[in-house]
Design a protein around this ligand. Sequence first.
Ligand code: TYM
Length: 324
Amino acid sequence: MRVFSGIRPTGNLHLGNYLGAMRQWITIQEKEDCVFCVVDLHAITTPYDPKNLKANIFELAIDYLAAGLNPEKCILFIQSSVKEHAELAWLLGTVTPLGELKRMTQFKDKSKQHPEYVNAGLLNYPILMAADILLYQTDIVPIGKDQQQHVELTREIVRDFNKRFGQILKEPRALLPQVGDKIMSLTEPDKKMSKTGNPKSFIGLFEEPESIKAKIMAAVTDTGKDIKFNPVKKPGISNLLTIYSLASGKPIEELEKQFEKKRYSDFKNSLAEYLAEYLKPFSKKRKELLTREVYVNDILRRGSQKAATIAQSTMQEIKTAMGL
Ligand code: TYM
């Protein structure tokens, strides 16, 4: 089965990106045919500084490797290095209903967040994402919950396209983790953890133990003192329980029992310790990779060549079917 996914180089990778998406990538690369991409063309739809973008793109590629992607087991490349992504996005734009784009939650959220920067690229963002996925005739897209709507739209695009032009494109499906598909902000537990939020609201994947501890201890919790999983009544504690469970491998019920008569601060102290230990190997690997620029560039160059071969072949079929 073909697997495709990507992350935007728009800030520090955080625990939500890892637990929602990347953790699935690391396991699935062992058994399926995986393609992972740094989606830089998506990053320019929201405000950014061109002076920093190149470094951010390269560092995200390093982050992928530090988090456990194995270049011998998957294709790893930068989206803008394979020109078929932008080309297919144009073609798919001609079969995507405008109304569908306007109702996308991410478009609405980002338009509100940056009212001065509502460009056509932001509206067309899901078409480029569909192009990313469809160029590789993808079966499975491992993502967090916030991207599910875009994969649903991709499926609709496939159905409309195939109805008009023949059975050319494969209909992909989203793969969400059973636990952790929406990790919430530490400061506002009713909102998702995000790269661009208040630094106290997220834990970076490569954060130092002291800083992890400070953020966990300051995380917003709920009234009452029970350590019980109830996302509606206790969103703060439930989010921390989810993170604890994923970092420690202990089921949530077991954690509830373990901390039955304990205080929030005992629970948070213990979580901070587990988390620091869990994330330690990532920072170590990242520091090492930062000194190996030639090696990383070589991986990206080879990845780009392999990706382009697949993309060009799909593109040829699509163009022929569309009468181009
Ligand atoms: P991006 O860069 O916003 O996020 C990358 C991945 O992390 C997941 N994620 C989360 N999961 C759980 N809890 C959270 N708080 C959280 N925040 C982010 C996202 O669901 C995503 O899987 N449009 C995509 C990038 C993209 C893409 C693609 C993905 C472009 N082309 C093709 C898959 C296939 C995005 O902006 O992700």
